[in-house]
Design a protein around this ligand. Structure first.
Ligand SMILES: Nc1ncnc2c1ncn2[C@@H]1O[C@H](COP(=O)(O)OP(=O)(O)O)[C@@H](O)[C@H]1O
Ligand SMILES: [Mg+2]
Length: 336
């Protein structure tokens, strides 16, 4: 059993009969994916991952395909190898793997967008990078911040998130250069990368969207935990790979606008990170649990300081105290 943020995945060998019925290799391993009940913190514009995978697997042959969908559960091929998060949880990934990531982003950008499922109504027009970033900001405000104020509002306030956080962010991040919209994965971090014999395969396409490719690069460089030099190297490799593939228009305004998407990643993460930290504190928590949660919140708020234009953030002690107060008033059977 493998548990991610959004699903529980059961890895099973497939018997002969079922393999024949599903049109795949007998005795190969498969992944049975069962969604978890979670708070919505990231946009999901295409409800069925299988619809996206159908298109993706035509062009990225290494991505494990979906074999069957049963309501909200699904069966996927399981790729032999190990997750990068197990092999290398936070160290340098190295030049070779970074080049593979750059090649992955090129292949993803080359997936014909007309084959993708339609985006939701009101989706920003192709090339409207400014509208795309605004859509992401509005999603964070309307679907993540506001619906969770009843339960977490006092905690958000106490750890120093301004009520108008998203508005502040928008005011200082706009007028992006137009870039063509492409398929984006949006969650290319170590736990979503399976490596075998130096080849990589990116799994977990349920958060894929259609939009400005710089957003994909930004979530990647932040969520991989790259240091400054690695971030720069990855950006350069991304740009040269796009240029070599004839996609140089995607690199327009790269060095100015990547900063806006990186800032957005830090700004939006204050809501999920604070909620996750609070919900991870057990009912019978001791001092260490509160301190660990406080340290996590403190890191998140530190990273959001510039993007949210915060003059001051509360001290670690104040954050620990805020979590303690929230926890003592919280419903004990809180679901995560
Ligand atoms: N084919 C695979 N090979 C190795 N590890 C895998 C594979 N599929 C999933 N995993 C592991 O299981 C975890 C959860 O799977 P994932 O599909 O990313 O689900 P979630 O949507 O919950 O993140 C992954 O982060 C990875 O560590
Ligand atoms: Mg995952």
């Amino acid at each position: 059993m493998l548990k991610g943020h959004h699903n529980v995945n059961y890895i099973l060998p497939l018997g002969l009969v079922l393999a024949c019925l599903l049109g795949t290799v007998p005795f190969a391993r498969i992944k049975y994916r069962v969604p978890l009940q979670t708070i919505e913190v990231v946009p999901r514009i295409w409800p069925q991952e299988a619809d996206v995978l159908e298109v993706v697997c035509r062009y990225l042959r290494e991505v494990p395909r979906c074999l069957a969908v049963m309501g909200d559960r699904s069966l996927h091929r399981y790729r032999a190898g190990s997750a990068l998060s197990e092999r290398n949880p936070n160290g340098f990934v190295g030049e070779e793997l970074m080049r593979s990531f750059a090649a992955f982003f090129v292949k993803t950008a080359l997936v014909p967008v007309e084959e993708l499922p339609a985006p939701p109504r009101g989706w920003p027009n192709d090339g409207d990078s400014d509208g795309f970033l605004r859509w992401l900001v509005d999603f964070t405000e309307e679907r993540v911040h506001l619906p969770n104020r009843d339960r977490f509002g006092t905690l958000f306030d106490a750890v120093g998130i301004p009520k108008d956080a998203m508005l502040r962010f928008s005011e200082s991040h706009h007028e992006l250069t137009p870039r063509s919209f492409k398929l984006l994965h949006t969650d290319v971090h170590r736990a979503n990368v399976v490596v075998s014999k130096k080849h990589l395969s990116v799994i977990d396409w349920e958060l894929a969207i259609y939009g400005d490719p710089l957003h994909d690069l930004a979530t990647h460089i932040v969520r991989m935990g790259y240091g400054k030099q690695e971030q720069e190297r990855m950006t350069d490799l991304w740009a040269s790979a796009m240029e070599r593939a004839g996609l140089s228009e995607l690199t327009a305004g790269l060095y100015e606008d990547l900063g806006a998407y990186v800032a957005f990643e830090y700004a939006q993460s204050v809501f999920p990170d604070v909620m996750r930290a609070a919900l991870a504190i057990p009912g019978d928590a001791d001092e260490q649990h509160f301190r660990a949660a406080g340290e996590q919140v403190s890191r998140t708020m530190g990273r959001a300081r510039e993007p949210l234009d915060l003059v001051e953030v509360p001290s670690l002690e104040q954050m620990v105290e805020a979590l303690r107060t929230w926890h003592s008033a919280a419903v004990p059977t809180a679901v995560s």
